[in-house]
Design a protein around this ligand. Sequence first.
Ligand SMILES: Cc1cc2nc3c(=O)[nH]c(=O)nc-3n(C[C@H](O)[C@H](O)[C@H](O)COP(=O)(O)OP(=O)(O)OC[C@H]3O[C@@H](n4cnc5c(N)ncnc54)[C@H](O)[C@@H]3O)c2cc1C
Length: 491
Amino acid sequence: MTRPRTVVIVGGGISGLATAFSLHEKATQAGLPIRCTILESESSWGGKIVTHRVGEMVTEAGPDSFLSQKQAGLDLCVKLGLADQLINTNEMGKKASVFYGGRLHDLPEGLLSFVPNQLGSFFRSGLLTWTGLARMGLEIAVPPGPSTGDESLAAFLRRRFGAQAFERVLEPLMAGIYAGDAEHMSLRATFPRFFELEQQHGSIVRGMMAAKKAVSLASTVQPRRTMFVSLKNGLSELVTALTSRLTQQGVELRVGARVEALRVRSHELGRWMYDLILEDGSAHSAESVVLATPAYVSAELLRPLTPIAGGLLDMIPYASTATIAMTFPRTLTSAIEGFGFIVPRTEQRHVIAATWTSLKWPYRAPADQLLVRCYVGGVGREDILQLDDDALTTRVREELAAVCGISVEPNYTEVNRWWKAMPQYMLGHLDRLAQLEAAVSRYPGLVLTGAGYRGVGIPDCIRDGAVASEQVVQDLLGKTNVVRRSTTKIG
Ligand SMILES: Cc1cc2nc3c(=O)[nH]c(=O)nc-3n(C[C@H](O)[C@H](O)[C@H](O)COP(=O)(O)OP(=O)(O)OC[C@H]3O[C@@H](n4cnc5c(N)ncnc54)[C@H](O)[C@@H]3O)c2cc1C
C-alpha cells in the first residue's frame, strides 16, 4: 500500500477544521492516502466560535449566525447531518433599527437588497431627509467608477448613495460587520459583489433587481432560509459535528499544541518536508502545512522562511472587540422590538450594535427573559476594552438605558473579550495577497487560509478552506501551481 502523505493544519478554528474536512473529500477523490493532524494551541476547538449554555439559555460569545446566501456554510451543515438543526430568524417583528440623532429609526428587513420599493419605508422612518432619500434614489444614474485600482468602502458608498445614506445607514451596517473604519477598508476585498454589480450593471440597485429576478425565476426545492441562519443549540454544534466527523475519518486532533516555529527541509527524498516546533520543544514533521492561524501568528511562523511574506502579513491589522450578553425580565416596550439596533460611528457611542437575541432567534432564552447582546470596540473605538468587566457592563447599560429605556438590573451578565479578532482588509489588500501568494509559492505544500485573507464570515472561511485543501492535494501530487490562490475570488 502507498505510504500516506502527511499534512499538518495549524489552528483549529472553523478555517482549519473545514480545511481538514474538505481535504479528506478531495484526497479520497484523487486516490491520495493522507495522514492529517490538526494542532490547536487552546484547550478547545472552534476558535472564535464559542457557544455557552447556561440553564435554558444559549449565548454566543463570538459569531451568532452566518449568511445563508453564501452556500458554503449551509452545504457543510448538510454534509455533517445538521440540516435539521438549522434555524431561521423569527418571522415575527422582522426589522432592525438605527440609533441616530438621539432616537431609534426603523430599518426594513432585506435593506441590503437595495430594491427601490424599500425607499418608501426609509422615508417613513424619518432617518433620511427628502434630499438624502432623493440622492440615494439617484444611485441608478451614477456612472460606474474605474474597473481597475482600489477604492475605500466609504468613498464607494458615498459616491453611489450619497453622504447621508452612507453615514446614517450603510456605514454602521457594513463597516460594522468588520468592526472597521470604512474610510480605510478596501471595497474590492470587503464587498467584492458591489464592485462587480457596479461594473456589470452600472448600478448596485439595478444589479440587485436583476439578481432578485433571476432567483425568483429559478425553480428551487431548497427549504426557505432567512438571510442569516444559525443552529438550534448554537454554532458550537458545527464545531462538535466537525471534530467528531474528523475523528471518525482518522484525523489526529491535538489541543494544547501551540506551534512556535516552522522550519523547512527542502527536497528530502525528492519531497519537501516541514518541521513544526511546538511550545513544549517537540517537533512534528509533514510534507504539507496549512497555516489556518490569524495573519499575525502566521507572520511570525513564516518570517524565517520568507521575510517578505512576514512583512506582508504584518500589514493585515486586527481590531479588538467585546460582546456583552445580558438577560432582563421580558417586559417589552416599543423600543425593544425587532431584532436590535445599529449605531453609526458619527453618534460616538460605545455600543456599535445590539441584538435582541431572544426576539431574533428561537431556542435562546426562557420565554420570560429578554436576552440582549451588545457589541463594543472595533477600529478607533477600542479604548472601552481597557475597562474591567464591571465598568464595561455599567457603560453598556447606561447606553442601553439611553437608547431604549432598559434600566433594571440584568439577571445574568456575560462579557466576552476578543483581542485582535477582526482582520481589517485595508486599501490594497488584494495586491498584497497576490504578493503574499508569490512569496509563499516558493514552498510547495505550504498554504495559508483563514479569516485574514478572503472573507471574515464563517461561509467565507469554509470556502477558502476548501480551496486551500485543493492546493494541498495538487502540491502533494506534484502539480504545484495548478491552483493559484490569488486568482480565486473573494466573496
Ligand atoms: C465577536 C465576533 C462576532 C462575529 N460574528 C460573526 C457572525 O455573526 N457571522 C459570521 O459569519 N462571522 C462572524 N465573525 C467572524 C468569524 O467568526 C471569524 O472570522 C471566523 O470564525 C474565524 O475563523 P478562523 O478559523 O479563520 O480563525 P480563528 O477562529 O481565530 O481560529 C484560529 C485558531 O488558531 C489557533 N492558533 C493561534 N495561534 C496558534 C498557534 N501558534 N499554534 C496552534 N494554534 C494556534 C487559535 O487558538 C484559533 O483556534 C465574528 C467574529 C467575532 C470575533
